[in-house]
Design a protein around this ligand. Sequence first.
Ligand code: MN
Length: 761
Amino acid sequence: MEARRDERQDTAPTMEEMNARVDQRFRELEEKLTAFTDEERARVREAFRYGRAYHEGQLRKDGSPYITHPLEVAYLVAELGLDADSVMAALLHDTIEDTEATHEEVAHRFGATVADLVEGVTKLTRVKFSSTEEKQMENLRKMLMAMAKDIRVILIKICDRVHNIRTMEFQSEKKQREKALETLEIYAPIAHRLGMQRMKWEMEDQSLKFLDPIAYKEIDDELQAQAQAHAAFMDSIQEQITARLEKEGIRGTVYGRVKHVYSIYRKMFAQNKNMGEIFDLYAFRVIVDDIPTCYNVLGLIHDMYKVVLGRFKDYIATPKPNMYQSIHTTVIGPGGTPFEVQIRTWDMHHMAEYGVAAHWKYKQGLSNKNLGTEETFAWVRRLLENQQDTEAEEYIRNLKVDLFADEVFVFTPNGDVINLPAGATPIDFAYAIHSGVGNAMTGAKVNGRIVGFDYQLKSGEIVEVITSKNAKGPSRDWMKLAKSNQARTKIRQWFKREKREENVATGRAMFEGELKRLGITIAMLTQEHMLPHVLEKVKFSSLEEMYAAIGYGGASAQKCANRAREEVVHQDRQQAERLAAERAAQEAEKAAQYPTVDAGVAKSGNMKHSTSGVIVSGMTECMVKFAKCCTPVPGDEIVGFITRGYGVSVHRADCPNARNGRSRPEERARWIDVSWDAGSLNTYKTAIELIAKDRNGLAVDAATVLAGAKINTLSFNANSLPDGYAKINLVVEVKAQGEVTSLMNKLNQISGVYQVSRVSG
Ligand code: MN
């Protein structure tokens, strides 16, 4: 330190002098805190001592003690009128990053809110801006807003930046340009969005100083050279307006200013003009007590000066998206010099100067615990939602996006920002980069650490996708983990293209599952007279096409099954009507020729217990066998079919073979009524099919259920289906339908099982 001082000129202040200045500056800060309670002021003092102690020995580039920086930031924060927590956080804002202080310690001493604010500012400080592309800038702005969570973090960060940019002269030229660009592109627009015109202007002018020093100097020199002329002009206008207001008995404050350097610079640039040609250099403000007076004043101004057409804007009736309210009009003054007049109330004036921060001024003393949280913003939203302005609507939308975090912003390893919906996972990130990256992904890293596919990304994180040429492609689970439509669409496309066979199998299983639920079978659809109608109804050229579409997620199994069922019902009804008419005609013919056989048997009481357990109408002892396709058990509704030479085959009434057969005119006479013999003690075989997500122990679980149900299992076959499904086929021996139903219910409760059904058709 001694060496450093030696290099300086004699006029350089000593460390004692600089420390005395710090003390003096802190007293000035304290004088600003009149709205705080004694206790709050004591906490601020404590935070100052703490920050000063921890930064002890650190110097700024200009040689002053480091604490001067946090102190100035706190001063700006106090000027904005923010609360005690914010002022303390400003004093401590660099402690966690640059000193031994930790979040825990700051939280312990000054409360969790202060510690969180400090940490929030620190996080923003760590974000590195490497891109200069315009489209990235908006994302970066949003990222900062999203990361901040608490609006006070952004406000403190803006004050931090204002002070940094004010004191950049000792930095290297490279650093100056970098910081200036970042300030102009990121922080000034954020300040603008939050309505903080004063800070926005200062940041713009200071940035321009480093980014285009020649132009800055040219404009500044010109303004200086003309300073007297400007002052004279503004004084005369101010006097004229003030005099008129007095005459009309209106209380108001009038003052004029020359527009700020950067806004003149932009106009010169955009309109390719030199400074003499810039249309309006001057802006006057008339600040009055209420809104009706604003319109009165507007009338007076238009009466006093010639109006420039097309320049009138009523931002009172239609506030700007950043809450700015004023009436603007441009008029021609003496000597043909145009100037702008802005008319507003004091409330509007505070809003224009401090933006969102002005809110704290009004809130002070209300002891609101929710300061800076979403609830604070309800106020902003209410204000904006009253407006019909489309710009305002967009602002509300942006505000929600930014501050209520339904988006997340993360970095690629190259520093590009990727914008994803909140809750997004590495899968969304990978597909946002390119579908090829997503399809080849085998893992992901966040901030250098391996994370799972279900990891929820947070704003500011650096995400890296691990890919492999041998990657198997996305899994179907990814569809559930992906939050963005983009990723889901790309995954779906992949399945559509790459996994036709699997899609067909999966789609078929899903479709049949739905059909079961609706109580119909695939065989009912595939009947010759039915299929073309069904396909037309579901709008696919073949069932396979439909399965494939369902399989990759392009069609809904439920919708397809519902449509198919509608068609089956419709066609069946038509068929039944035709058959009924035919049969009625035949029966009428038959009745005329023979007496009824069935009637005779029934009357004679000639029904006995049969060994099969099934009573066949009209036949005493006939051979009965049970159809393999549907394996009926007592309790099922059944029908019989007279086979050629093997007696009667018994089907469930809802077995597709029975339904189809009975509707065929040439077979119809061979289908007969049968019923269960209630006294039978026989057991019956029946087949059950179970579809489940494949997993270890699935078969064991199924076997355990069977054993627990004390049901005799005749066969047990487990098979893997494509894409992680499994099918188990069972043949069990039961006495009645109730046993089957209860067994099926138990099987259904096994984890991963999504369908248990009787086999039929
Ligand atoms: Mn700082």
